[in-house]
Design a protein around this ligand. Structure first.
Ligand code: HEM
Length: 512
C-alpha cells in the first residue's frame, strides 16, 4: 500500500512539475492529429499511437514499414503527396517517400534542424557540422566547404591506395584457404584507417592490430546511440541511467574524445614546429604537403575563433560520418557484384583496360576512367542507401498539396523509398547498374536518388566517398573474382544509424 501511495504521489509530483510542458504538448498533439488526419498511415489509438502494432523483431519491423509504405504512400503518390504518418506512441512522425515531398523538405533553407533524437550524439560529437543548426550551421558549413574541394581531396588518393593494399594482403590469405569470409569487418577497418589518416593525419593501424580502445569505443558509441534512438523509454533519464547505458556511453565518449584531443595536440605541435600555423597558408603549401583535414582546421583556427573543443567536434564528426557509411556502400557493391557475374565481368574488363598488367595504385586519372565501377557503386547506393533515415524537425509550418505539416513535427526522409519509385527506375527491386547510364540519369528527377541527402544540408563528404569507393573496389576486383554466398533479397539490410547487412558480406574469393 505504501509503495502504491508513493507511486501515485510521484506521478502527481511529475505532472505538477511539468505542467507547462504537458499543456504545450497537448496543444501540439491536437493540432498535429488534425493535420495528419489528411495523410494515410497505419491505424492508431490516442496516446498509444500505432505502438501496439509494431513488430518487436527489427527484421520483421522493416517488412512491416515497407508494407505500410506500399499501401499508404506509394499506391497512389498523387493522392498521398508522397507522405505517410506513423504515431510512435503520442509522437507523430511523417515519412516523405517520393521526390515531390522530399524536394520540399530538403531544398528548404529553414527546415535544417535535426530532431531531438540526434541529441544523444551531442555528448560525443558536440556541435559538429552534423548536428549544428540555424545560423551556426550556415557559418560552419561555409567554413568547412573548402576543405572538401576536389583539389584538397585528390591529395588523399595515395592513402586510399596504400590502405587498400593492406586490405588486399589480408584478403589474399582468405583466398588461399578457399573458405567463406565475411569481408564487412575487413572493409570497415580499412575505411577507418583511411578516414583516420585523411581526417586526423594519424595512422590507426586497425587493419593490422584490432585491439584498440579507441576503435572499440567508436563502434560501441554507434551501437548505443542507435538503441537510444529506437527505444523511446531510454529517453527518460532515470531509465537511461538505471539501464547502465548512460555510464557506458559516458565512458566510451571519454575514450574517443581523449584520443582525438591527443591527436590534435600532436598535430598542432608538429605544424608549429614547421611554422605552418603562422600567417596565411600559401597555395604552394596546400599543393605540396599531404595536409589532413585536421591540419586545415588548425590553420584556420585562429582567424575563425574556433575553440579547441569545436575543432575536436568536427574531427569526431568526420570520423563518425566518414567510415562506416562508405564501408557499408563498398560492401554492398562488392556483394551485389558477387552475385551478378555478368556485371562483375564488365568491371574486370574496365579494370584490365585501365591497368593492364601494371600493379600501380589507382591514380586520379585511373579513377576518372572507372565509369562502370561508378555505376555499380551508385546502384548499390540506390538499392541499399547507407544512411537509411534522414530526419528534420520542421522549423515552420510546411505545405504539401492540401496538407499543412505543423512546425515542430519530426519528418523522416526515406532515400530507399525514393529510389524504388517505379516511375523512375526500370527495375526498381533489382541490382541493375544500367540505371545509371548517362541518358537515363539526365532524364530523372534528382530527388529520386538521395543517398547523400540533397539541398543545402547534403553530405559534405560525397566526393571523398566516391573517390575512396572507386579506388578500393578497383583494387579488390583487380586481384579477385568474388562469389557471394547469400543472394538478394536474402541478407536483408538492417536500418541502424548506418545500414548494415543482416548476415554480413560472406563471399568466396578467387585470385585472378
Ligand atoms: C557512402 C558514404 C556516405 C554517405 C551515404 C553519406 C550520407 C550522408 C547523409 C545522408 C547526410 C545527411 C544526414 C542528415 O541530414 O541527417 C550526410 C551528412 C554529412 N556527411 Fe556524409 N555520407 C557519406 C560519407 C561521408 C564522408 C566520407 C564524410 C567525411 C569525410 C562525410 C561527412 C558528412 C558530414 C560532415 C555531414 C553533415 C553535413 C551537414 O549537416 O552540413 N560523409 N552524409
Amino acid at each position: 500500500m505504501a509503495i502504491l501511495i508513493a507511486f501515485v504521489l510521484c506521478i502527481i509530483f511529475i505532472i505538477i512539475d511539468n505542467r507547462r510542458k504537458i499543456q504545450q504538448f497537448l496543444t501540439y498533439y491536437s493540432k498535429a492529429r488534425k493535420a495528419l488526419s489528411k495523410i494515410g498511415g497505419p491505424p492508431s489509438i490516442p496516446l498509444f499511437g500505432s505502438a501496439h502494432l509494431f513488430k518487436w523483431n527489427v527484421l520483421e519491423f522493416t517488412y512491416q514499414v515497407e508494407e505500410w509504405g506500399r499501401k499508404y504512400l506509394l499506391a497512389d503518390p498523387e493522392k498521398s503527396h508522397g507522405l505517410m504518418h506513423i504515431w510512435a506512441g503520442p509522437v507523430p512522425v511523417v515519412v516523405c517517400g517520393t521526390h515531390e515531398s522530399i524536394r520540399i523538405i530538403l531544398e528548404s533553407n529553414s527546415n535544417i534542424t535535426k530532431p531531438r533524437h540526434y541529441q544523444i550524439l551531442e555528448r560525443w560529437l558536440g556541435t559538429g557540422l552534423l548536428i549544428r543548426t540555424n545560423d551556426k550551421w550556415h557559418a560552419r558549413r561555409k567554413l568547412l566547404t573548402p576543405a572538401f574541394h576536389f583539389n584538397i581531396l585528390r591529395r588523399y588518393i595515395p592513402v586510399f591506395g596504400e590502405q587498400a593494399q593492406i586490405l588486399l594482403s589480408i584478403l589474399e590469405e582468405h583466398a588461399a584457404t578457399n573458405e567463406v569470409v565475411d569481408v564487412f569487418p575487413l572493409i570497415k577497418r580499412c575505411g577507418l584507417d583511411i578516414i583516420a589518416e585523411t581526417a586526423m593525419g594519424t595512422r590507426l593501424g586497425s587493419q593490422s592490430h584490432h585491439n584498440s580502445e579507441y576503435i572499440d569505443a567508436v563502434y560501441r558509441l554507434s551501437q548505443i546511440a542507435w538503441d537510444h534512438i529506437r527505444f523511446p523509454w531510454l529517453w527518460l533519464k532515470p531509465i537511461w541511467r538505471l539501464s547502465g547505458y548512460a555510464n557506458e556511453f559516458d565512458r566510451m565518449v571519454d575514450i574517443a574524445q581523449n584520443f582525438t584531443r591527443r591527436v590534435i595536440e600532436e598535430r598542432r605541435e608538429s605544424l608549429e614546429e614547421e611554422g605552418l600555423l603562422e600567417g596565411e597558408i600559401t597555395e604552394e603549401q596546400v599543393r605540396t604537403r599531404k595536409l589532413a583535414l585536421l591540419d586545415l582546421l588548425l590553420m584556420m583556427q585562429k582567424a575563425n575563433a574556433l575553440t579547441d573543443e569545436e575543432l575536436r567536434a568536427e574531427v569526431d564528426t568526420f570520423m563518425f560520418e566518414g567510415s562506416d557509411t562508405n564501408a557499408s556502400a563498398i560492401g554492398f557493391t562488392l556483394w551485389f557484384l558477387g552475385q551478378n557475374p555478368e556485371y562483375q565481368e564488365k568491371v574486370h574488363e574496365e579494370i584490365d583496360e585501365i591497368f593492364g598488367s601494371d600493379d600501380r595504385h589507382p591514380s586520379e586519372e585511373d579513377i576518372c576512367r572507372m565509369v562502370y565501377i561508378e555505376k555499380c557503386y551508385k546502384e548499390a547506393l540506390r538499392m541499399t542507401p547507407p544512411v537509411p533515415i534522414i530526419a528534420r524537425e520542421l522549423a515552420e509550418d510546411t505545405q504539401m498539396g492540401d496538407v499543412i505539416l505543423p512546425s515542430g513535427l519530426t519528418v523522416i526522409v526515406s532515400p530507399v523509398s525514393a529510389s524504388r519509385d517505379p516511375r523512375y527506375w526500370e527495375r526498381p527491386e533489382e541490382f541493375f547498374p544500367d540505371h545509371f547510364d548517362a541518358d537515363k540519369q539526365s532524364s530523372r528527377d534528382s530527388y529520386s536518388f538521395i543517398p547523400f541527402s540533397g539541398g543545402p544540408r547534403n553530405c559534405i563528404g560525397q566526393k571523398f566517398a566516391v573517390l575512396e569507393a572507386k579506388s578500393m573496389l578497383a583494387q579488390i576486383f583487380r586481384k579477385f573474382r568474388v562469389e557471394s554466398i547469400d543472394i538478394w533479397p536474402a541478407n536483408r539490410p538492417l536500418p541502424e544509424i548506418i545500414l548494415k547487412p543482416s548476415n554480413g558480406f560472406k563471399v568466396r574469393l578467387y585470385r585472378r
